[in-house]
Design a binder for this molecule. Structure first.
Ligand code: 5AD
Length: 337
């Protein structure tokens, strides 16, 4: 058990430059638990409509400039077919909170994917729902659920979200998802406006308590058409420190080297892998829509971020000292092996 004050001092020591020792420690723990494997997931961003109005996010309801799209069921299934042909065994369906997709629609999509590709895993990332909805998705065959907590401190959560969004509800959703039996992913942005090292330490304490199977951590990046358009981006060293600490804290966690990290700096994705990350999620969405899923400006969706370039991404992974792994890559936490 690491205390909040201990986290604060480690963050303080590494905030300008992550120490090679911390990187090394995270890498050793990652190798002990997952070997050299880097798991590949096909990400399908199937709707950028969102009823929420998070101040940081480019697809917030209030952004009238966003060009909205929604994939049809057939389009989603063609993305999966393309992903399956490329060798992916996990499909991540991510979207804004878009009421157009009823529970029934989501369940039918999940069920169809699972029946066509029975050895594949389906991950949902579609926000806060009721227990009944989560249970229905799980019954339909969904294996995993990503729902970042964004920040684990009440007052900071309020700075990032409008009044109708509650940290308490977000946390409750995460616990409910765990109870239902999903492999659950939480996570936070690093360097979001108003964030202090104490907030980040609180995020780590929350992860320690929740014990999620997956954690997504990326730097905050501004989007010009949001209230935070003029804020500065999160720092590379702090993001890497948070990734490394998460690996140390949760040795068996599945930890992506995120698109936001790759967007922050060209070497970002490689550095994430060296700090304990063991997952990459290239984009399988139809190319014509990728540029419209802009959570933040300059979001990468080409080059090694694109699923079609998976060969080149695999080369990058090998060059970094790891092995691309196309298996389902389930959590190695006891319950899931
Ligand atoms: N910068 C970085 N990450 C962002 N996200 C949303 N907007 C931004 C931004 N401006 C992240 C959130 C969300 C995930 C899908 O993308 O953490 O959970």
């Amino acid at each position: 058990m690491i205390t909040k004050n201990e986290f604060i001092s480690i963050l303080e020591e590494n905030k300008n430059q992550i120490s090679p020792l911390l990187m090394e420690k995270a890498d050793v723990i990652r190798r002990e638990n997952y070997g050299e494997s880097v798991y590949l997931r096909g990400l399908i961003e199937f709707t950028n409509y969102c009823k929420n109005n998070c101040y940081y996010c480019g697809i917030r309801a209030g952004n009238k400039k966003a060009k909205r799209y929604r994939l049809t069921r057939e389009e989603i299934l063609s993305c999966c077919a393309a992903g399956n042909a490329l060798g992916f065994q996990t499909f991540v369906l991510q979207g804004g909170e878009d009421p157009w997709f009823s529970d029934r629609e989501i369940c039918e999509i999940v069920w169809t994917i699972k029946s066509r590709y029975p050895t594949s895993a389906v991950t949902l990332s579609i926000g806060e729902k009721s227990r009944e909805s989560y249970q229905a998705y799980h019954n339909a065959g969904a294996d995993r659920y990503l729902l970042r907590h964004e920040t684990a401190t009440e007052d900071h959560y309020k700075k990032l979200h409008p009044e109708n969004m509650l940290l308490q509800n977000r946390k409750k959703c995460l616990y409910t998802l765990k109870e239902i039996g999903f492999q659950v992913g939480a996570g936070c942005m690093v360097g979001s406006p108003g964030q202090t090292l104490a907030h980040l330490a609180e995020d780590l304490c929350f992860l320690q308590e929740l014990q999620p199977q997956m954690v997504g951590i990326g730097p905050f990046l501004p989007h010009i058409d949001t209230p935070f358009g003029k804020e500065k981006a999160g720092s590379l060293s702090l993001t890497l420190t948070m990734v490394a600490l998460t690996r140390i804290l949760l040795p068996k966690v599945l930890l992506p080297s995120t698109t936001a990290l790759g967007t922050l700096t060209p070497e970002g994705r490689k550095l994430g892998l060296k700090c304990g990350a063991n997952v990459v999620m290239p984009n399988l969405s139809p190319p014509e829509h990728r540029k419209d899923y802009t959570l933040y400006n300059n979001k990468l969706c080409t080059g090694n971020e694109a699923a079609e370039a998976v060969q080149s991404l695999c080369e990058e992974i090998k060059m970094t000292g790891y092995l691309p792994d196309f298996s389902r890559g389930d959590s190695k936490m006891e319950k899931f092996i």
